[in-house]
Design a protein around this ligand. Sequence first.
Ligand code: SAM
Length: 421
Amino acid sequence: MKAGRGRLQPHTAAQRGQGRNARLVAVRALLAWQEGQAEFLDDALARSEASLSDDRDQGLARELALGALRHGMLYDAVMDQFLKRSHQPFALRACLRIGCHQLFALDRVPPHAAVAESVGVLRELGLSGLAGVANAVLRRLADARLEERSGPGPLGRLPPQLQPTDLAERHGLPELLIEHLRPVLDQDPSRTLEALNVLPPLCTRTRPGKAQPQGHSIVQREGPWTWWDEPHEALAAVADGLCVVQDRAQGEVVAVARPRPGEWVLDACAAPGGKASAFIDAGCRVVAADHELAKVAQMAEPPARLVQDSARPALARGAFDLVVVDAPCSNSGVLARRPEARWRYQAEALRRLGAIQRALVKAAVTQVAPDGRLLYATCSLAPQENQGIAHTVPGWKVMGERLSWPTAWQSGGYAALLVRC
Ligand SMILES: C[S@@+](CC[C@H](N)C(=O)[O-])C[C@H]1O[C@@H](n2cnc3c(N)ncnc32)[C@H](O)[C@@H]1O
């Protein structure tokens, strides 16, 4: 069992029950992740969602599992007001969480179905003894649910008397992250933090010279960016070579570097290759490096690829026009997509990441041509990992920077362009 997962209790029910419907698949993925059988919830989902033949069922299973993790602290705080004992098996909490998610976050599931189907999952798992408690709690929550939304997300359907006031519980975020974000939170911290849990629809970037992809599930278009309701449609357009899957936040990072056609770019932390593809599309000649051989092998492009520890680069001294350090980070800007990353937001992990980020930047500056640029980027919102690194590189100054807060259409992240002083 992994540490740092709030007040959740382990349970060995993951091996029991078959993936017979979306709710069961979601709960089994949560149990498998909780028991440490998968590092990422996505991996746990991928293992069991194959049993769902229908795209919509797969989508529901994914939404329920990720939602139960994103809003887990909120749902736990709400259910604890109705549970006699707060120390409960995780299987019960997981079923109650997916029930809460259907009741409060998903408007399309009728409340009676949310209750009955979530309780049914416990029976499927061979835990009928817990079904009575789950049924009683969910029925009371269904009665309390607001008919009319008062705002977005699960809080929008929770009556005020059931809402926790604590920001960490309201948004399922670690106290330490909230403390670190305080300087950038405005007068309405709850509204600002809410954005961290909003999952944007899948986004693609149309490649230069290609026709705009078409599909009935397109929900928004803006320049080369297209947002899709149905991932399989987007992936078909990707397979046709029209576009690549890319978060618009990545486009903003690349724009900060102001890439010019023909210039040499070293992408020092390149896998899986999202930004490398954007630099190629901007006409740059890209060398993509990463320290993981398997990840480098999986990158479809560019042709020049390098397996190296970029903190100890293969070239003693480089002469690249632009060196990109898209550093490993806490992922605090992509928590909606990577909900489990919130539990890794801990002082020791941040200290370790800070050391890696500084080492990568220190080595990267040796690879930049005399009049070249360094692009430092993360998908974090925390100043410690962003300005705290970019503004403290000896002999270098920040020429431009951008902090993108997550929105309904894109994730969050940071980029800074540096030149020699
Ligand atoms: C945030 S991801 C990069 C995302 C990528 N730039 C993109 O746009 O698709 C960070 C990457 O850094 C790599 N990495 C971590 N430490 C590294 C090191 N010391 N040397 C090279 N790559 C490293 C990781 O394997 C990971 O693929």
